[in-house]
Design a protein around this ligand. Structure first.
Ligand SMILES: [Zn+2]
Ligand SMILES: [Zn+2]
Ligand SMILES: [Zn+2]
Length: 666
């Protein structure tokens, strides 16, 4: 550019440059279009460019505008549905094709070039629908920016391409659900890669199966850039996602792919395959030996027991002679699909995203006809993050060990490691030692604490093997004769000094011949290895007692012995919700406990002081009522609180806390 010459000629040069690039610079007072007055008001503070070209007709009811991204216009009479929005310039062109009203905008992902003009749509009351997984990057963009880390940057995901202002969201596009508009139906298909939350919209348009694919593919064999495909420092994580998404989208057999950059691609399969090949080539050259999610395959441990061990946690499908399946765990498609949502998606409102896996192979190769029951070995998200999807799309019943019921159904209640945010309704629960029959198999369920308090061990005779499903009670390392069973300690998971020992004792008592762990492949049970682990766990118990100052050492192991329920309270401004204080007394004598709530200014608690007597080695609970001011500041939607605590005359201070997420009337 010729910017160096700035003696008043610079401005002309710049304008000429813009013209030559096919665009014109205009202020936003573009009075001609209906509603443009308010649109101008919303963006009046700055100048904007406009795209040079006009609408191109792809098929009778489908049009395309090259803006900051491709904007697709789907027509139904005088109404339109827009896929992505770019600068919003499209609104001024719709009259040319007889459109008088835009019913909705659907976004494929949150990048600014897709939605930078959304304020114009809001000013015209056009509803904006966004991918569920990226909702917060639209309506809570400003909060994202307040929290996005820049120093010590290892989460290199390009969420920096997020809007600078909040945009109100009218609807969310949930993975695998259908969006209906007029005579059209679009499958909302998860295609992570270019962003973690990207979707494609797949449906029939003018007699063709069309996929609006965002920036998954630019043109045959090409992506718009590679930097969006790296979330974690130095990794190829997004490349793995893109290959998986391309493969799944190709299976749907679109006849036309409409990308956000580049041009609509008829007969896209070859170009998608070409791109997958190139991405795979780079992935394999850069990370030799690493496996791709798309290649994960289950295998038969015994004729009826199928195992998928390359998924984030190992999951088991026990398939009966009738073709019904009991799933034990069902987590993410791969370790990569799990860690990206922990390591690269790091804001308060980020959530796990689930994509379907393994079920097509179970149907094709192992006779799966229906998913009848799903059971979690424990309540960790890496083991049950596919449950909500299974329940919605395959309709299984959810069964679990009794102490997991409330954690699954009310995840906001707890502050424990690895909780899935989405509630899961439980249909049946089991007590310690309870037996049950399902199809031709019999099971025994036992409590198996340690890794987490909320874990079971389950035993069953399957094809002549006595199988122990052990969740994360231990992890085999090494192979052959040199297997060492390792365990882990996570204090936030509710740990007591004898938890692990209880667990290994129960497993040993049941004398399994085959162990089916929550990570890694099943292995033949070896009593000596387990005895060896038990010795180390006995030592651990002794170590805890030695190192912790309080002689009831569980006070030094469990950060939640005094805790609030729920931990994350959801409440309306102006309401008076209850907050329960729960206490476990690890002493061998009764405990006298007093607690006072520490609240924001203007909030009230009753009673002022809660007094509880907790029996020896027992639990107790009592409640406060909190009154939240009606006119609470909308700019403070998440508010922490604490309990100031005295126990047996000792002032412990504010040792318990929680948060309130405020809901406001619209
Ligand atoms: Zn993009
Ligand atoms: Zn696990
Ligand atoms: Zn776990």
């Amino acid at each position: 550019m010729k910017e160096r010459n700035n003696s008043g000629v610079g401005r002309v040069n710049r304008r000429e440059f813009i013209k030559s690039a096919g665009a014109g610079l205009v202020a936003t007072q573009v009075g001609a279009a209906p509603g443009a007055k308010t649109a101008a008001a919303a963006t009046a503070s700055s100048a904007r460019f406009v795209p040079g070209g006009g609408l191109t007709r792809i098929s009778p009811n489908l049009y395309w505008l090259r803006d900051t991204c491709n904007v697709y216009v789907l027509k139904d009479g005088d109404r339109a549905l827009l896929i992505d929005f770019g600068s919003g310039h499209v609104l001024k062109l719709l009259g040319q094709i007889g459109v008088t009203r835009v019913d909705a905008i659907l976004h494929t992902h949150h990048h600014r070039d897709q939605c930078q003009g959304d304020a114009r749509a809001v000013a015209q009351h056009i509803p904006i629908h966004v991918p569920a997984h990226e909702r917060y990057l639209f309506e809570d963009a400003e909060n994202f920016w307040r929290n996005r880390r820049v120093f010590h940057l290892y989460n290199v995901r390009n969420d920096f391409f997020t809007l600078t202002r909040n945009v109100p969201v009218a609807g969310v596009l949930r993975d695998y659900e259908t969006f209906r508009w007029g005579p059209y139906e679009f499958l909302i298909y998860p295609t992570p890669g270019h962003t973690l939350g990207s979707i494609s919209l797949v449906g029939q348009v003018d007699g063709k199966k069309v996929a609006f694919s965002g920036d998954l593919i630019h043109s045959p064999g090409k992506v718009v850039n590679l930097y969006e495909l790296q979330y974690q420092y130095g990794s190829t994580d997004g490349v793995d996602f893109a290959i998986f998404s391309l493969s799944k989208l190709r299976e749907l057999g679109p006849e036309l792919v409409c990308p956000s950059h580049g041009e609509p691609m008829p007969g896209p399969a070859t170009g998608m395959t070409e791109l997958m090949g190139k991405l795979r080539g780079w992935y394999e050259a850069y990370s030799p030996g690493a496996s791709l999610t798309v290649e994960n395959k289950p295998f038969a441990v015994t004729p009826h027991l199928i195992c998928a061990h390359q998924t984030t946690s190992t999951f088991y499908a026990l398939i009966s002679d009738s073709g019904k399946a009991l799933f034990l765990d069902y987590g993410s498609a791969s370790g990569n699909f799990f860690t990206c949502f922990n390591a690269a998606a790091a804001t308060v409102k980020d959530r796990m995203r689930f994509v379907e896996h393994t079920i097509p192979e179970l149907k094709a190769r192992y006779g799966l006809k229906s998913v009848d029951i799903v059971m979690p070995s424990h309540m960790h998200d890496d083991h049950l993050n596919g449950f909500p999807y299974l329940v919605r799309h395959y309709g299984p019943k959810v069964w679990c060990y009794e102490n997991m019921v409330d954690v699954l159904q009310n995840p906001r209640g707890y502050n424990l490691g690895c909780i899935l945010a989405e509630p899961i309704k439980v249909d049946r629960s089991f007590r310690h030692g309870e037996r049950f029959k399902w199809e031709e198999f019999e099971f025994t369920v036992c409590h198996s604490p340690g890794h987490t308090e909320y874990q079971m061990a389950m035993f069953a005779d399957i094809d002549g093997a006595r199988v122990a499903f052990t969740g994360d009670a231990f992890f085999p390392s090494g192979s052959g004769s040199s297997v060492v069973l390792r365990h882990n300690v996570i204090f936030r998971n509710w740990l007591e000094s004898d938890s692990h020992v209880k667990s290994i004792r129960t497993i040993l008592e049941h004398q399994p011949t085959l162990v089916a762990p929550g990570h890694g492949k099943p292995f033949l049970s070896n009593k000596e290895d387990m005895e060896d682990l038990k010795r180390r766990l006995d030592d651990q118990q002794e170590y805890f007692r030695n190192v912790i100052a309080d002689r009831d050492c569980n006070f030094g192991l469990n950060p939640s012995w005094v805790r609030f329920y729920p931990y994350q309270l959801l409440a309306k401004a102006g309401s008076s919700p209850a907050l329960e204080l729960r206490v476990r007394n690890y002493r061998s004598k009764p405990m006298q406990l007093e607690a006072a709530l520490v609240l924001p200014v203007g909030w009230k608690a009753a009673p002022e002081i809660l007094r509880m007597t907790i029996a020896p080695r027992a639990d107790a609970a009592d409640r406060f009522t909190v009154t939240i001011p009606e006119d609470w500041d909308r700019g403070k939607p998440r508010v922490p609180f604490a309990a100031d605590v005295m126990a047996d005359g000792q002032y412990l201070g504010e040792i318990a806390e929680g948060v309130v997420d405020l809901q406001f009337e619209a």
